[in-house]
Every structure is written in structure tokens, then in C-alpha cells.
Write a protein that binds this ligand. Structure first.
Ligand code: C2E
Ligand code: MG
Ligand code: MG
Length: 302
């Protein structure tokens, strides 16, 4: 709005554009006015984007591993691998930088790096006599949309010698629905390689029973937001119990995310939930520390 938001045309247009991006981010089809914080946000985003490009070019990412625990036995059966930006410019969460990478082909580069790194690490652990059932890796829906993923995954498995049966790929429930047909074809191909598939953040995406039956998935991961207020919130009690029952009747394993307290684990175990992750066992850890604490080498290899 002239003259408050700018006196010259170039300035007004630039700020109108910032307002437009703000409206798109907020869900599209909306009216948004410019405010000073939008310029600051655009600057921060640009700075983060150049950090990410530098990190991709110069080995600036690392993987952390969070234990996946068998509810009944308490045994750590494996881990979920979560990416971290390791440069010195302070922390940046994946939920902050993944969306920026998803706006360009950089997400393909990161996804390939992540899977190669995890498969290499896993192969090394197996060679050291450290046994585990699975390593899980997150996958962006943008990687599916951009194609070629199955071929590149096949390449990484061959190159690293990591057993496909011990790899699991996670995709969020909402992206499964948004790209159903492409995803279905790709899931079938991935499944044919022997790699497992799980639905992440389950309960937030409104998928239907027919999806769950059609897609070759092994596991549902209950979103942490439903676990947080267990066992006090009656809605969450209902919802988690229903998801666990749903999993059982479809022959899928069910994992609860974000388990922080013994009462939560206790409730979920009583419902028949198969696995959990969360700070109750451990936050995500650098590979070396994860292996030292949770994957002791077998006798004779020490
Ligand atoms: P996600 O896959 O659902 O991962 C679970 C998130 O919950 C992780 O956050 C983890 O650190 C956090 N968490 C684990 N235990 C607890 C707990 O007890 N309490 C609470 N409050 N949080 C817990 P993180 O590492 O920040 O990752 C956020 C999201 O970023 C992930 O959600 C995933 O969607 C995405 N992401 C992470 N790594 C990758 C990656 O390599 N590739 C892709 N495409 N996405 C990734
Ligand atoms: Mg995940
Ligand atoms: Mg999740």
C-alpha cells in the first residue's frame, strides 16, 4: 500500500511479492498485507539456503540415530536416521531446512546422500559384528515426484552392500495421499527390492482404509502429538488405541513416536503397540555414540 509500504514502484512490487509468498505459505487463496517481519524472514531464508548449498558441496551434513525399541522385550531393534546440519552457524532443524531443499532439486541430492551415508554406516556396523534388525530413513514426497528414486536406491544398495531387508523408508501420511498414484507404483518397486516401508506421522493425514490395504507398507508410526498427553487425554487414548487395533487387523506393525514418560510406554504396551521411539529411551545420537550404547558387538568380535 502506497506510500506506507514503499515510495517507488520497485519497492512496492518487491513487498507485494513478499506478501504473496506469505499468503501461499499460509495455504493459498488468501489476502495478506506486507509487514516488516516478512523482509527479515526472506533474508533469513536466503542465508539458510546458501548454508545448505555449502553443506551439500562440502560434507556439511551428518546423521543422528534414534533407537527403535521393542515394547515387549525392551530390546533396541534398530534406529531411525535423522539428518543434521553440522556447520558452525548454529543449529537449524530439519523441519526448517527440508522445505527449502524441497523447493529445488537439492532435495534429491540430500536424499541420495542420506541413504548412501546410512547404508554405509549400517554395513560398517554389521561388519563390526553389531547386529540390528533395521535402519529407517525418511523420504521426501518431492523425491518421489522428481522420479528416478528406485534406480538410485538400487545403486546405493549394490554399492554399499547393505542388506535391503534391513532398510526401511518412511513417508508421511499426508504426502502418501497427495501423490497417491505415483507413490503406489514406486512403493511396489521399492517393496520388490526387499526394502520395508512405513507411514510416518500417522493419524495426521486422514488416509482411508483402502489406502492402507493397497499400499505395500509394513508399519504405522503414530505421530508424537497423539502420544504427548497419554494417558490423560481421552481423545488421544481413543485415537492411539484405534490405530493400534487398525494396525493389528491389517497385519501391520505399529510404532509410537515421541514416548517420553514411563506411563505413556505402559499405556501403549497394554494396548498392544509393537515398538516405540522417544526420549524415554534416548534422543537421536551421533552414530558412534548410538553404536557404543545400543549396538554392542557380538561375543568374539569385541
Ligand atoms: P519424523 O521423521 O517424524 O522424526 C521424529 C522427530 O521427533 C525427530 O525430529 C526427532 O528428533 C523428534 N523426537 C524424537 N523423540 C522425541 C521425543 O521423545 N519428544 C519429542 N518432542 N520429539 C522427539 P527431527 O530430527 O527434528 O526431524 C523432524 C522431521 O524432519 C522428521 O520427522 C522428518 O520428517 C524430517 N527429517 C529428518 N531427517 C530427514 C531426512 O534425512 N530426510 C528427510 N526427507 N526428512 C527428514
Ligand atoms: Mg520419521
Ligand atoms: Mg514422525
Amino acid at each position: 500500500v502506497h506510500p506506507g509500504d514503499g515510495v517507488i514502484a520497485a519497492e512496492l512490487i518487491q513487498r507485494a511479492e513478499a506478501a504473496m509468498y506469505d499468503a501461499k505459505r499460509a495455504g493459498r487463496n488468501l489476502v495478506r498485507f506486507y509487514r516488516q517481519s516478512l523482509t527479515e524472514r526472506a533474508g533469513a531464508r536466503l542465508a539458510l539456503e546458501s548454508r545448505l548449498r555449502r553443506a551439500l558441496a562440502a560434507d556439511g551434513f551428518s546423521m543422528h540415530y534414534q533407537p527403535i525399541v521393542d515394547m515387549r522385550s525392551g530390546r533396541v531393534v534398530g534406529a531411525e536416521a535423522l539428518v543434521r546440519l553440522k556447520d558452525a552457524d548454529g543449529p537449524a532443524a530439519p523441519s526448517e531446512f527440508i522445505p527449502i531443499l524441497e523447493d529445488s532439486d537439492l532435495i534429491v541430492e540430500l536424499g541420495d546422500w542420506v541413504r548412501r551415508e546410512v547404508c554405509r554406516q549400517g554395513r560398517r556396523w554389521l561388519d563390526e559384528g553389531r547386529s540390528f534388525d533395521l535402519l529407517a530413513v525418511n523420504m521426501s514426497p518431492e523425491e518421489i515426484r522428481r522420479g528416478g528414486l528406485v534406480e538410485r536406491l538400487t545403486g546405493v544398495l549394490a554399492e554399499t552392500g547393505f542388506p535391503p531387508g534391513r532398510l526401511e523408508l518412511e513417508i508421511t501420511e499426508s504426502s502418501l495421499i497427495a501423490h497417491a498414484e505415483e507413490t503406489l507404483a514406486m512403493f511396489r518397486a521399492i517393496s520388490a527390492l526387499g526394502v520395508g516401508l512405513s507411514i510416518d506421522d500417522f493419524g495426521t493425514g486422514y488416509s482411508s482404509l483402502s489406502y492402507l490395504k493397497r499400499f505395500p507398507v509394513n508399519k504405522l508410526k503414530i505421530d508424537a502429538s497423539f502420544v504427548h498427553d497419554l494417558p490423560h487425554d481421552p481423545n488421544d487414548v481413543q485415537l492411539t488405541a484405534t490405530i493400534i487395533e487398525l494396525g493389528r487387523s491389517l497385519g501391520l506393525k505399529v510404532l509410537a513416536e515421541g514416548v517420553e514418560k514411563p506411563v505413556q510406554r505402559h499405556f501403549l504396551a497394554a494396548q498392544g503397540c509393537d515398538y516405540y521411539q522417544g526420549h524415554l529411551c534416548s534422543p537421536p545420537l551421533p552414530g558412534e555414540e548410538f553404536a557404543r550404547r545400543f549396538l554392542p558387538p557380538a561375543e568374539g568380535e569385541r
